[in-house]
Write a protein that binds this ligand. Structure first.
Ligand code: NAD
Ligand code: WQD
Length: 333
């Protein structure tokens, strides 16, 4: 199938591009490079041994989107393009509403013009907010506690209303938990702008000496070892989940939300221990006060993905750390 990946040079989009290309799909990428580098395209083409049509453009440019959709006879869109920093969304909410919600509206309008009605959307577990129960299933109350999560929920609500207005649409919103890891080649991975906010890229930079130590944000939570627990999922498992969702949107009209997680919570100390095994070195760390807005623990109930998509995560934490370290070593060469 002809598939457009908006934000396809980003961390998750680029890994999904590999999986889809290797399954014989024709992947087109649109990205404004606000949080990725053009060099990712060359690595993608090296891995897939294919030339991938690429457009440096913004999803909010509806005219350009119509051109891309038409020129490449796109049949399905996977919408990765979005800003994802919780802290930045608090500092600049309008930027996040414009980009994440406005961008989604612009994309859907262009799809309507081109009569394309199959869409897979990158949503987030942050739409759940503070857990009322765990594991989080898709029926958990939706109460995001930050602007970023609100933009993801609003985009979902727009899609839900769209499907009610026109049942010909087939949309799946995938709620990712904590994606980490990298492609086995070591050519693709997570390359954050500036000092990383997230745990794994920060640990990687401590391991290569770019940062002096890891700040452990709290060791006094009611968790297995006092540190925060999360549902880390290998980015390649996530990419394969999109392939499964693609098959689903091809056969099932309507709107569905589906968690993509492992269902296995891991603590910060467990991640550090696994990573130290991968990198064969000690990660210097200092316990700091809890980070504002952090939850003690959250993780997915992953049954619906298994039932509807026939998909479940296969890779364990050690594999995630091994692949992250291999990418970081490559990056540092
Ligand atoms: P990323 O920043 O690596 O990739 C997003 C890509 O979209 C980047 O290449 C960026 O340049 C591009 N982009 C952003 N705004 C754009 C716009 N207006 N027009 C065109 N391109 C634009 O992030 P990621 O980790 O790959 O996440 C992909 C999607 O998944 C995002 O929507 C994010 O909110 C969501 N998500 C990510 C995580 C995570 O922890 N990484 C978790 C849940 C959901
Ligand atoms: C994980 C754990 C921290 C950094 C974020 C976004 C979420 C989603 C995934 C987009 C926590 C601890 C972290 C550090 C630490 N992104 N930590 N020191 O906060 O679960 O989720 O990324 O959708 O929206 O909120 O991920 O990697 O920042 O933190 O101790 O330097 O690691 O306290 O327990 P988080 P994270």
């Amino acid at each position: 199938m002809n598939i457009l990946l908006t934000g396809g040079l980003g961390f998750i989009g680029s890994h999904t591009a590999v999986v889809l290309s290797q399954q014989g799909h024709q992947v087109t990428i649109l990205d404004n490079l606000c949080n990725s580098q053009i060099g990712v395209l060359a690595n993608l083409e090296k891995i897939t041994n294919q030339k991938l049509p690429f457009y440096e453009a913004d999803v909010r440019d509806t005219q350009m989107l119509c051109k891309v959709l038409s020129e490449n006879q796109i049949e399905v869109v996977i919408h990765f393009a979005g800003l994802k920093s919780v802290s930045e969304s608090a500092q600049d909410p309008l930027k996040y509403y414009d980009n994440n919600v406005g961008g989604t509206i612009g994309l859907i309008e262009a799809m309507q013009v081109q009569k394309i009605n199959k869409l897979i959307f990158s949503s987030s577990a942050t739409v759940y907010g503070i857990p009322h129960y765990l594991p989080c299933d898709e029926d958990h109350p939706l109460a995001p506690i930050n602007t970023y999560g609100k933009t993801k929920l609003q985009a979902e609500e727009i899609m839900r209303d769209l499907v009610v207005s026109d049942p010909a649409w087939s949309i799946v919103a995938l709620r990712y938990f904590n994606p980490i890891g990298a492609h086995e080649s070591g050519l693709l991975g997570e390359v954050p702008n500036g000092v990383p906010n997230n745990l794994m890229p920060y640990v990687c930079q401590v391991a290569i000496g770019k940062l002096p130590h890891l700040n452990v944000f709290g060791d006094d939570y009611e968790t297995k070892d006092g540190t925060g627990e999360r549902d880390y999922i290998h980015v390649m498992d996530l990419a394969e989940g999109h392939l499964a969702a693609l098959n689903y949107v091809n056969h099932c009209p309507g709107f569905e939300v589906i968690n993509l997680g492992t269902g296995i919570p891991c603590s910060v100390y467990e991640v550090i221990a696994a990573f130290e095994k991968s990198a064969r070195r000690t990660i210097a760390k200092k316990v700091q006060p809890r980070r504002s807005g952090d939850l003690p623990i959250y993780f997915a109930k992953a049954d619906k993905a298994k039932q509807l998509l026939g998909w479940s995560a296969k890779r364990d934490l050690q594999t995630m750390c091994d692949s992250s370290w291999k990418f970081q070593e490559n990056l540092s060469k």
